[in-house]
Every structure is written in structure tokens, then in C-alpha cells.
Design a protein. Structure first.
Length: 269
């Protein structure tokens, strides 16, 4: 990798202070979570990217997934009622998404437990992914600085949870995100890591606000059943601007129609 880009944004940092865990915290709900900042809900980074960044490739993917499900299950679908057949076809792509998301969450959880030095039982379908993680650790010898830390930006009022900040074998401090998608690393990862990099503080285990460490590089570790790749990501000042624009789009896209469209007018008497 090249030397760090001095023009890249660095977190402003915040004086460490003790805060109420009720006032600023991450709230876990099953596989999902949300954030509260100073007693009010904060926009999550993954929510911003999900609602504010167009994903044109997913349109074709959704069509292919639905068609593939129909072909693979043709006989079974032919033997059920039309309404149930339609319901299964409509649900096919979402079931695929949920399955992939669950795999990513499980691999990530196992990796974090392994990073903490714990012994874990790895389900057979995930063994290749976990082996890829262990190979990354062996190759790059990360010295973990932060693991799965909730981060917040009070000025812009957003929050997220970074996967890892670690000093790698090359001597530089890296902000890294684990990815287990089959299609590789997408540009949205730059937006995601730019948001984390520009957080103003993280919460430690006791709920205290702490300044983020200086980050030299950002990247994604693409874990697969057949190995891994460490891929540099340009989490630059421009990427952070795009995150802020995407946040405005996400808020617009999820706002009630009534915020923008009024009642029909009647002809004046």
C-alpha cells in the first residue's frame, strides 16, 4: 500500500467524558439495532446507505433471483394455488437477502469472538469463512485497538458501529470492515467507512465517550469460503460529502407523503 493520504479527513476527537448510558447508547434488537445520542434517536450509518444510495445492480439481481427461484421450484410451484405461488415468488429475493445477511452477521460474530481470544464452535457452512478470517490474522497479525465499537458524530447527529481498528503487520493503523458478500466490495463501503472515520467519539464498555484513534488507511476484508482479500477503500473527504448528501436523500425517501404533498384544491367559488 502507498503512504497515507494526508488530505484524507481525520476525526476531530472529543474530550473523554462520562455520559449516561441511557442518554447515548446503541440499542440491540435481535439482529437489528438503533442509536440514541443525547437522549434522541440518531441516524444509523447503514440506514443512510440503505435508504440514500441507489443500487441499480440490485434491480437486475432481484429479477434474476426471482426467475431462478421459479425455475428451480417449477414443479412445486405448479402444484399450489395461484395466490400462494405469487406470495412465494414475491418472497424469494427477500429470503435470499435474509439468508446472506444472517451469514454475514454470524461470521462477523464468530470473528469478533475469535479476535477476543474466545473458543467458539463453528457451524460447518461457515467453516471456510472463519478459516479465511484466521488466515487474515495469521498473514497481517492485527493488533486490535477497537473492536465493534459504537461511534457517534454529535455535530451531524449520526452513529454507527465500526468493525475493527487495528495496527497491521505493515505498521499502519487501519479502519477495517468485514464483508462476506458473494459479489465483492462495492463503492458504498467507502461511504460507510468515511462516516465511521469522521465520527467524533466512540463509547467504551462503560459508556464513556472516548476520542477515536488516528487512522492511516481504510479498507475491507472480503471473507469467502475459499480465502480472503484485503481491499483498500478510499474513505476520503469526498466520500464523506457523499454520505451527507445520501443522508438528506434517505430522510426525503422515508418521509411521509404529507410532508411534501397537500390535499387536492377545490375550485374557488
Amino acid at each position: 500500500m502507498d503512504a497515507p493520504d494526508s488530505a484524507s479527513p481525520t476525526p476531530s476527537g472529543a474530550t473523554a467524558s462520562v455520559v449516561s448510558q441511557r442518554a447515548t447508547r446503541r440499542i440491540d434488537r435481535g439482529r437489528g439495532h438503533s442509536y440514541v445520542l443525547d437522549g434522541e434517536r440518531a441516524d444509523g450509518v447503514t440506514w443512510v446507505i440503505g435508504e440514500g444510495i441507489p443500487k441499480r445492480a440490485l434491480i437486475d439481481w432481484a429479477a434474476r433471483t426471482t426467475a431462478g427461484y421459479a425455475v428451480d421450484n417449477w414443479e412445486e410451484l405448479s402444484g399450489i394455488g395461484v395466490a400462494e405461488r405469487l406470495r412465494r415468488l414475491e418472497r424469494a429475493r427477500w429470503d435470499t437477502v435474509k439468508s446472506a445477511a444472517a451469514r454475514g452477521t454470524d461470521v462477523h460474530s464468530l470473528a469478533m469472538r475469535l479476535a477476543a481470544g474466545l473458543e467458539v464452535d463453528v457451524p460447518e457452512p461457515l467453516e471456510g469463512f472463519v478459516d479465511a478470517y484466521l488466515k487474515f490474522v495469521d498473514d497481517w497479525q492485527p493488533e486490535e485497538i477497537l473492536i465493534e465499537a459504537p461511534v457517534f458524530n454529535r455535530t451531524l447527529r449520526y452513529a454507527g458501529t465500526l468493525d475493527l481498528i487495528a495496527r497491521l503487520k505493515d505498521g499502519w493503523v487501519h479502519l477495517l470492515d468485514w464483508k462476506t458478500t458473494g459479489s465483492g466490495i462495492w463503492p458504498e463501503t467507502a461511504i460507510q467507512l468515511a462516516a465511521y472515520r469522521n465520527a467524533e467519539f466512540y463509547l467504551d464498555a462503560e459508556g464513556n465517550e472516548r476520542p477515536l484513534p488516528q487512522v492511516d488507511y481504510c479498507g475491507a476484508v472480503w471473507l469467502r469460503a475459499d480465502g480472503y482479500d484485503l481491499i483498500p477503500v478510499e474513505a476520503s473527504a469526498e466520500a464523506f460529502k457523499i454520505f451527507q448528501w445520501a443522508r438528506a436523500v434517505a430522510r426525503f425517501a422515508t418521509s411521509p407523503r404529507e410532508d411534501w404533498v397537500g390535499e387536492a384544491r377545490e375550485v374557488a367559488a
